[in-house]
Design a protein around this ligand. Structure first.
Ligand code: PRP
Ligand code: URA
Length: 209
């Protein structure tokens, strides 16, 4: 069974509330995508194993903790996932970044793949797939299928807003993937948009509509 974690932190709630408003500017929206992604990542990395190392403070030797040699990789789904990756890199600056390009066919709502570039040692890495919106779930499922085909075993999915339909599809097709969600919304409309949602995340980040 997938583990689904829905964020209840007040900062995440507050910031997503600002993102939803239609009056929020492109710049403010883009900055908030990064900030909220960073906050969700803080929760998603809670289980990373620690190891102890000996260090020297200015006063004495002591034992400190550091994250065990985990090899992490952030995989934004283009376009809208890119700004989530930027926010996460401020917390985990040494992570590698892979890119998966997918867009939804507006009629069928099926994802169309147009790009995939992963680090050469991807199969050894733990992947954090990021996309602000989990709507029908088609894009997330396709991105994770692609990673699994390349031998990747440990995958976590992070999004800002999800529809129940997308969560159901993702958890049934990939029950081994942990899913971190900023806000769980009500439903999809007839065009596959999340209600109440925030509109088209890519367009709001890049000002393309
Ligand atoms: C949006 C969003 C997800 C996808 C979610 O991208 O960023 O990738 O839709 O929908 P789904 O769960 O029904 O697949 P979009 O296809 O609009 O592409 P874009 O980022 O290039 O704008
Ligand atoms: N993609 C978006 O950007 N927004 C939605 O509501 C659904 C899919």
């Amino acid at each position: 069974m997938s583990n689904v974690y829905i964020m209840d932190h007040p900062l995440i709630q507050h910031k997503i509330g600002i993102m939803r408003r239609k009056t929020t500017s492109t710049k403010e929206f883009r900055d908030l995508v990064s900030e909220v992604a960073m906050l969700i990542c803080y929760e998603a990395t809670r289980k990373l194993p620690l190891t102890e190392i000996e260090i020297e403070t200015p006063l004495m030797r002591t034992v400190a903790k550091e994250i065990e040699g985990k090899k992490l990789c952030i995989v934004p789904i283009l376009r809208a996932g890119l700004h989530m990756a930027d926010g996460i890199l401020t917390l985990i600056p040494n992570a590698k970044v892979g890119h998966i390009g997918l867009y939804r066919n507006e009629e069928t709502l099926e994802p169309v793949e147009y790009f995939c570039k992963l680090p050469s040692d991807a199969a050894e890495r733990e992947m954090y797939v990021v996309d602000p919106m989990l709507a029908t779930g088609g894009s997330a499922v396709a991105a994770i299928n692609l990673l699994k085909k390349r031998g990747i075993k440990k995958i976590t999915f992070l999004c800002l807003i999800a529809a129940p339909e997308g969560v159901a599809r993702l958890t049934s097709e990939h029950p081994d993937v942990d899913v971190y969600i900023g806000n769980l919304d009500e439903r999809l409309n007839e065009n596959g948009y999340i209600l109440p949602g925030l509109g088209d995340a890519g367009d709001r980040i890049y000002g393309t509509k």
